[in-house]
Design a binder for this molecule. Structure first.
Ligand code: 13P
Length: 260
């Protein structure tokens, strides 16, 4: 895991017209010139299989926005980890604040999902972060560690090996207020240090992403930080021209760092 990972989280947006236009343009304009970045698309569930076909023979991967804790049976409306595997998914986002808030998902459910994804050979992307109130009360680090500990309570440290942790301060999501880069770095370093205190090898195999109001104008600040291995992009991934500019800029900037 060395390339910078950019994930377009489309959330509850898109239709066939949007997908055809977006994927065609990504294939035409960027995928052949991806040297420093890996790209992944996280569409609504219903389009995963369709997009998987469109992405055949490209290096662009598929991310699911959720998974159920059950693997089969009478769970109307749910999607299982085996179904996600079947349609070619590589990464699964869990613990996103929108699922915690709108669907009452708590740390216990999220930790079960994390373990299920990992044990089935896909890569969990654990989103964690604090609310504005928690930030004001200086609880950011405590909240992040609680979220990690709830996974460790149900498994052991090996479960974190080759997984992804995405720091997404809740107040920065969709708000246009991205977090201060020093604060992001401090939080990620704190999480790394905590995991390192439990196992100094496993922490090296975890990718750390940032998400929250990233766009083409503020992108550079996130690329400069070696602690950030990738980005989860919401709103700025929905306008394809902007998203293509963002990915091209990331490629160019990382290239210039590498050659300087
Ligand atoms: P925005 O980029 O719209 O703030 O969303 C971030 C996010 O939630 C990615 O998962």
């Amino acid at each position: 895991m060395t390339k910078f990972l950019i994930i377009a989280n489309w959330k509850l947006n898109g239709n066939y017209k949007f997908i055809n236009k977006n994927i065609n343009l990504i294939k035409k304009k960027i995928y052949k010139s991806l040297y420093f970045c890996n790209l992944s698309i996280a569409p609504p569930y219903i389009y995963l299989g369709y997009i998987n076909n469109l992405l055949k023979n490209t290096s662009i991967s598929l991310t699911a926005q959720n998974v159920d804790i059950h693997t089969k049976g009478s769970f109307t409306g749910e999607i299982s980890i085996k179904m996600l595997k079947d349609v070619g998914v590589k990464y699964v986002i869990i613990g996103h604040s929108e699922r915690r808030f709108f669907h009452n998902e708590n740390n216990d459910i999220i930790s079960k999902k994390f373990i299920l994804i990992k044990n089935n050979g896909l890569i969990p992307i654990l989103c964690l972060g604090e609310t504005e109130k928690q930030k004001k009360r200086n609880e950011t680090e405590k909240i992040c560690i609680q979220q990690i500990n709830s996974i460790l309570e149900n498994s052991n440290i090996n479960i974190l090996n080759k997984t992804i942790i995405a720091y997404e301060p809740i107040w920065a999501i969709g708000s246009g207020k991205n977090a201060n880069i020093n604060e992001i770095q401090k939080t990620i370093l704190f999480i790394k240090k905590y995991i390192s205190s439990l196992n100094s090898e496993i922490v090296k195999n975890i990718y750390f992403l940032y998400g929250g109001s990233v766009n083409v104008s503020n992108l550079d600040i996130f690329l400069q930080e070696k602690t950030i291995n990738g980005l989860l992009i919401g709103k700025a991934s929905l306008t394809i021209e902007n998203f293509i500019s963002l990915v091209k800029k990331a490629e160019k900037t990382i290239n210039s760092f590498n050659s300087s």
